[in-house]
Design a protein around this ligand. Structure first.
Ligand SMILES: *Cc1c(COP(=O)(O)O)cnc(C)c1O
Length: 381
């Protein structure tokens, strides 16, 4: 029987660290009370666990504890940031700016606001995938209220110039939202140092649980809530806080940051080995700039093969992705690769390798052997 495919989809999700699962364990069935139940001891104990988790996360990010608002993940955090900020500043202006290579969880809320009457600028990027801060500066208007630029791209791994973007926004009093889902837990991030007013992230991208994330709101930045109800999270995100998930989120970030330097160093070497081995096949182009990028991401286009056939063949041996996991259901070639200038065919014949904690030397060797065999076969006339 076929062996389990080698998992190369760590930008779509990472396995939950067993130590994180253990940290969450008491909060499912033992310490299960609602952390909003402040009138009894079990409720207060759950609230204490939530606040400890909040302080741990805030400490890692260098923000006050109350800056951390728990959400169901980065999609919700992005929606809350973008819609919430624009609603709160509607009286000041109705223009927002984002980038063509953003995640759908940023682009779609922006387009939603456009349908409601906001003006939207979606900035193009060159083939490097890197936003030119001067192009951003030129797009800013007196009525611009929000700029949303991601930290690390989920498909091509490139790192955007956050400090320069933050400085541009700060000088004009424009709010800067950053989708940090791919950066957090992998590289150090102190949002306030870079002028990031709103930062989104998600637990399952750094070996934590799915269904939990946060929006970090810089002190003084006001947003309008998008989910109304019991008034949890300072009234900005109603709904009972999921104690086990927030405990897991804080534990996962601490553990991911603790081994990030060694992990990134190891994955950088494995990624280089993979890239050089693939390039030796010929007709392989890396999508996006090689620098600066996440050590654990490599996205390549394979010339001379049909994308559909390539991915059907790869599926037997590798768990890889063509575009982002979220849009692969539609069968459309990745909007990110198209924004870099790739043709539909080249975008379809692209493969994203997302390396992670479990990736080994042997897996890289096996992958190179599979890719070599498949590409050679598919290129035969
Ligand atoms: C995974 C991801 C998201 C969505 O996060 P969820 O927590 O799964 O909703 C948003 N943005 C980026 C860049 C991502 O990688």
């Amino acid at each position: 029987m076929a062996a389990a495919p080698i998992y190369f989809d760590h930008q779509a999700s990472t396995p939950c660290d067993p130590a994180v699962v253990a940290a969450m364990a008491p909060y499912w069935s033992d310490d299960f009370a609602n952390p909003s139940s402040r009138n009894h001891r079990p409720g207060l104990a759950a609230a204490a666990a939530v606040e400890t988790a909040r302080r741990r996360l805030a400490g890692a990010l260098g923000v006050p504890a109350e800056a951390v608002l728990f959400t169901s993940g980065a999609t919700e955090a992005n929606n809350l940031a973008i819609k919430g900020l624009c609603e709160a500043r509607m009286g000041q202006g109705r223009h927002l700016v984002t980038v063509a290579t953003e995640h759908r969880a940023v682009l779609d809320p922006c387009r939603y606001l456009e349908r409601l009457g906001f003006a939207l600028t979606v900035l193009p990027v060159p083939a490097s995938g890197l936003l030119d801060p001067a192009a951003l500066g030129a797009a800013l208007r007196p009525d611009t209220v929000l700029v949303s630029v991601m930290a690390a791209n989920n498909e091509i791994g490139v790192l955007q110039p956050l400090a320069a973007i933050g400085a541009l926004c700060q000088a004009r009093g424009i709010a800067f939202h950053c989708d940090g889902a791919q950066w957090l837990g992998h590289l150090p991030l102190r949002p306030l140092d870079w002028g990031i007013d709103l930062l989104s992230f998600s637990g399952h991208k750094f070996y934590g649980p799915k269904g939990i994330g946060a929006l970090v709101l810089a002190p003084g930045v006001e947003i309008a809530p998008q989910i109304h109800g019991g008034g949890q999270e300072r009234g900005l995100r109603s709904g009972s806080v999921a104690t086990p998930l927030v405990v897991g989120l804080a534990e996962a970030l601490a553990r991911a940051l603790a081994d990030a330097p060694q992990r990134q160093q190891r994955l950088l070497a494995l990624g280089e080995r993979l890239r050089l081995g693939l390039e030796a096949l010929g007709g392989i182009a890396v999508n996006g700039a090689l620098e600066p990028r996440l050590a654990h991401n490599l996205n390549v286009s394979v010339a001379g093969v049909d994308g559909g056939r390539l991915h059907r063949a790869l599926r037997q041996q590798l768990a890889v992705s063509g575009g982002s996991a979220c849009s692969s259901a539609t069968g459309e070639p990745s909007h990110v690769l198209r924004a870099l200038g790739l043709s539909r065919a080249a975008a379809a014949a692209s493969v994203r390798f997302g390396l992670g904690r479990g990736t080994t030397d042997l897996q890289i060797e096996q992958t190179l052997a599979s890719m070599g065999e498949i590409v050679k076969r598919l290129r035969q006339p």
